[in-house]
Design a protein around this ligand. Structure first.
Ligand code: FE
Length: 285
């Protein structure tokens, strides 16, 4: 038994469509799910991009000041970093990368076969912008499951019911991957002060009182400062598959400059100087 039934329902602020854009020098196709232009609207998240790529993909590049959370929808993603890290992720797997004070990495399609991914940028608080970089590979098969009548929830981070995910966080974040059978309902507690959104990968259903379908994001209303619950019901004929991300907003100034996200322009300029001085480590061959 969980106690979520006694919680007030969390409202929905809006339902938005992804914006599909065509090929560029890196990808075969791209969609913007959460546009990066207004960090205060999505705090603590910065952007969510959906990509289909084979060659070239995302060759060696730096990051500082953020975490990137990459979810593989289809195909295999190869990642390498300049500290010896290397891995291949398959559908349903997640890589949670802490850029911290800076690293270089490459994200490419394994053996050139097209991979389909989602990448969420999560801001780091000012106090943790320059932490030691790190990777967590969170394999789908190893994630704890919460199951109930007609649903399975895979818990990557935070909690669903009594099930706790393994991700180590700088910002408290809930990340679940839920599949709901036609006609079934799942209820997810949203911890106090957390804000965020669901992204629908397949099917359609009711999120609170709103309806949404695959390719749409469902944005929660601002937190009332107490725990709430989101009810999701599959009103379609096929399985409903969605991801939900919520986190505690940082309420800090944001200075974004390409792959670096700091609090001030001076810190951004310092990031560029540090990168050019080789302080993110050597560029791999
Ligand atoms: Fe990157």
């Amino acid at each position: 038994m969980t106690t979520t039934h006694s919680l007030p329902s969390r409202g929905i602020e809006s339902v938005t469509d992804r914006t599909l854009i065509g090929a560029d020098s890196q990808v075969d196709k791209k969609a913007i799910v959460l546009p990066p232009g207004d960090p205060s609207a999505t705090d603590p998240f910065l952007a969510l991009m959906e990509d289909w790529f084979s060659t070239v993909g995302f060759d060696w590049h730096p990051h500082r000041g953020i975490e990137t959370i990459t979810y593989v929808l289809d195909g295999e993603l190869q990642h390498r970093d300049n500290r010896g890290g290397h891995g291949v992720l398959a559908a349903g797997d997640v890589q949670w990368m802490t850029a911290g004070r800076g690293l270089l990495h490459a994200e490419t399609a394994f053996e050139g076969r097209q991979v389909h991914t989602l990448q969420l940028w999560l801001n780091l608080p000012a106090a943790d912008k320059l932490v030691e970089p790190g990777y967590q590979d969170l394999r789908a098969a190893a994630m704890p499951l919460r199951t109930g009548p007609g649903y399975v929830v895979k818990v990557f981070s935070g909690r669903s019911g009594d099930v706790v995910g393994p991700a180590r966080n700088h910002v408290p974040v809930t990340m679940i991957d839920a599949t709901v059978d036609p006609g079934a309902t799942v209820e997810q507690e949203i911890p106090s002060h957390q804000e965020g959104f669901a992204y629908i990968l397949r099917g359609n259903g009711e999120f609170g009182r709103d309806t949404a379908h695959s390719g749409q994001a469902v944005h929660l209303e601002p937190s009332p400062g107490e725990p709430t619950a989101l009810q999701v019901r599959n009103t379609g004929a096929e399985p409903l598959h969605f991801l939900l991300w919520t986190g505690v907003p940082l309420h800090e100034p944001v200075a974004m400059g390409g792959p670096f996200v700091m609090n001030t322009r001076a810190e951004l300029e310092q990031a560029v100087r540090d990168y050019q001085a080789g302080e993110f480590g050597p560029m791999p061959k």
